[in-house]
Design a protein around this ligand. Sequence first.
Ligand code: UD1
Length: 424
Amino acid sequence: MGKIVIEGEHRLEGTVRINGAKNAALPIMAACILLNGPSRIRGIPNIVDIQTQSEILKELGGEVKRLEDGAIEIIFRDGENLDKYTAPYDLVSTMRASICVLGPLLTKRHKAKVSYPGGCVIGERPIDLHIKGLRAMGAQIETTEGYILASADKLAGTEVSMKGKYGTTVLGTCNVMSAAVLAEGTTVIEDAACEPEVQDLANFLNKAGAKISGIGGNKLIIEGVRELHGVDYEIIPDRIEAGTYMIAGAITKGDITLENAKQEHLIAIINKLREIGVDITTTTNSIHVKNNGIYHPIDLTTMPYPGMPTDIQAQFMALLCTIEGKSIVTEKVFPDRFMHAAELRRMGADIMVEGSCAIIKGIPFLSGTNVMVSDLRAGAGLVLAGLVAKGTTHVHRIYHLDRGYERLVERLSSLGAAIQRMSE
Ligand code: UD1
């Protein structure tokens, strides 16, 4: 098992190119089950979650390979592998997002057996809304021996809401939309998640022959079609990776340019960084981040899109720990998602967590020490803290980071960070 070792207080400078979005790639790869013939998907990052999703698709009879130009080719063919409908525990347990094969399998192969995703350190991760949506379309679903067993001779269009007690569900919307594209009749998804990754899946499916309208809003209308064909598609840039590098620039008072970053997906993040006092300028495809004086504390609340993404909360918290004054972070998507607060405290941070709020009093400097990663984004927050801390930070359990950030150490290093990967 490896660790990341960072010697702090190095200012970052330079240019970094943002990869395609992990959270768009995962449901789009799953949606290839619906397609007849080869698809080429460009921009997919080389990270462990993508390897896991590839393994799951291979279990389901798909041909998946990385081409020389970096694109991933995925081939499913109509009428083949109908007896393969199981996403096994050993793969699903390492990545919750694999639940997004449920909708495609059910509508295409009329049967799906997907290991129940189970708990997660960022809090309760139920799938009741996924199940409710698919049942409303006519699926029979039961859970048995840790698996979700779903079947349907045919799925029929219906009206269904994807709203739960913490707002809409991203992967629930993806699952129901993916099932609806080949269902009989019209499906209306009310309270649909409108995250850019959901929009990307919808655009991908439309390119493959689906009829989805309302993309980008909270009401999706899906007219079922009889078949879908393979496509060539480029996925959107990863807004969370972009946000992480923007905060890396801000926390080190650096000067960084992000290429391949879509500013319209990053408005909440850009606005908050500007409120803090970070100087940000944008062009169509790039974002320039630099320090322009003094930073101010802020209040920040995570929300479904277009609000502040929960996946950037830990990274912001690291930054706020270093800004004099009191900041308040409220987590409205996963109210218990504060595992990183305890680790930041080990670095000297003054953070008090009360329910779904964290009150942060900025301190003059963080101190390097040993910290442990609990989940992907918490890990990103700890690495950012290490970049600015006095002394050396040892970040342990970095396999979480490998799930979602391609060549993080190399890319931060190329920006001037004193960072390396070492064996434990
Ligand atoms: C996706 C993202 C994840 C991000 C999250 C919220 C992927 C692969 N993962 O996860 O990185 O943090 O969106 O933006 O895209 N909920 C229910 N019932 C359900 C489903 C969810 O109550 O059936 C609740 C959850 O507990 C949570 C909230 O709804 O409080 C949002 O979760 P959801 O949008 O479903 O997250 P994911 O799609 O799993």
